[in-house]
Design a protein around this ligand. Structure first.
Ligand code: GLY
Length: 363
């Protein structure tokens, strides 16, 4: 089963392919039929360890020369220093403007590689091969690229759309459970802001052996999420309006990630807590939810941070340095009701602290 979603943004149109064992066919559909002189590949270290022979075979069919650079696991690779190493790799090997850069990995490799593609020679054709659930449903779609700065996450970057995205679910076989749960947070985000049915579809994660779930169910779920994101990005590529809804839970999450120095809480864990906090703040500012649809997923998350080590003042301070802030007040994506996101300014710091406090009880 192979699903294809068209993403038509103002700046670019492309397809996202989703399926199992689709890599060769999707490359066939993407790359020119005659062999390309060179292909540049950025690949996550872990994906290289587990999958290189099959990836190599699929790519060798299209080129005379494959130039490869590995990206070490972890947020530290999303730095200006490592971006500069990627530039050395591309430029010292005389990359040309029409040479595709193929970026294979999760969110870190994708954001870094996307930014490298956007900046080398003012833009190389970019092919994303996301290998984590999070990257398949979220970060590989929509053109956000970038690296981190000491002042905060993703503060250096650009919007740069890929030529194509190939989400082959075979890569998920070797993904640790914790990484699946990271991706689940973004899936639940789509459920909360856009499609109630996803809460039910996501119940596959509540089964003990969710990693061996029916591939068709998983492909449908990933496809649904990509369609929602594509639809939003098509209407608002550069986040002047409704694209902000995709940040539901993220203002809280980015503060948590920063407070834990990007190493004791993963992005997905932070987003789940962030969504709980955003839902609390929605209630504190007037919304009423008859049901708590996030509740049944709480037990899937385990945390390596404790409430005692986090200060509400520090967390709120970090929210003030979030890049999405435009004025002096804090803006949040909240829910009027499920699937009705709204952007609200909240001036009352006590309410924000209460929202944090209730969410941090999970820790
Ligand atoms: N991850 C949110 C966005 O791409 O806008």
């Amino acid at each position: 089963m192979n699903r294809k979603i068209h993403v038509r943004t103002q700046s670019h149109q492309y397809s996202a392919h989703v399926g199992q064992n689709i890599l060769s066919d999707a490359l066939e559909a993407t790359l020119p039929s005659q062999s390309i002189d060179e292909l540049f590949v950025l690949i996550d270290d872990n994906v290289f360890e587990h999958h290189w022979p099959e990836i190599d075979m699929a790519l060798q069919a299209h080129t005379n020369q494959l130039l490869r650079m590995k990206v070490p696991e972890g947020e530290k690779s999303k730095s200006v220093e490592f971006w500069s190493e990627v530039m050395d790799f591309l430029l010292n090997n005389k990359v040309r403007r029409n040479t595709p850069l193929i970026v294979i990995g999760g969110g870190v490799t994708g954001d870094l590689g996307g930014f490298a593609a956007a900046t080398a020679l003012r833009g190389l054709p970019l092919i994303h091969i996301p290998t984590t659930l999070l990257a398949m449903v979220d970060s590989s779609i929509g053109g956000k690229t970038g690296v981190n700065h000491d002042a905060g996450k993703n503060l250096i970057g650009s919007f740069y759309q890929p030529e194509t995205v190939i989400a082959d679910t075979r890569f998920l076989d070797t993904l640790p459970e914790r990484e699946w749960i990271n991706g689940l947070s973004e899936i639940l985000k789509y459920a909360a802001i856009s499609d109630q049915n996803i809460f039910r579809q996501a119940e596959i994660f509540l089964k003990k052996d969710f990693k061996s779930a029916d591939p068709v169910v998983l492909i449908e779920l990933i496809t649904t999420c990509i369609k929602i994101k594509a639809d939003i990005v098509e209407q608002d590529e550069f986040e002047g309006g409704i694209r902000a809804y995709l940040n539901f839970g993220h203002t809280f999450a980015h503060a948590l990630e920063k407070a834990s120095r990007y190493n004791t809480i993963s992005h997905g864990e932070a987003v789940f807590l962030g969504m709980l906090a955003a839902k609390n703040l929605s209630e504190l500012t007037g919304s009423n939810f008859a049901e708590d649809y996030l509740d049944k997923f709480r037990s899937l998350y385990t945390y390596r941070v404790s409430k005692e080590n986090l200060s509400l003042d520090e967390l709120t301070q970090h929210m003030h340095s979030d890049k999405k802030r435009t004025g002096k007040d804090l803006n949040f994506v909240l829910l009027k009701e499920w699937q009705h996101p709204v952007v609200k300014t909240v001036k009352d710091i006590q309410l924000i602290h209460q929202a944090w406090s209730a969410a941090l009880n999970e820790l």
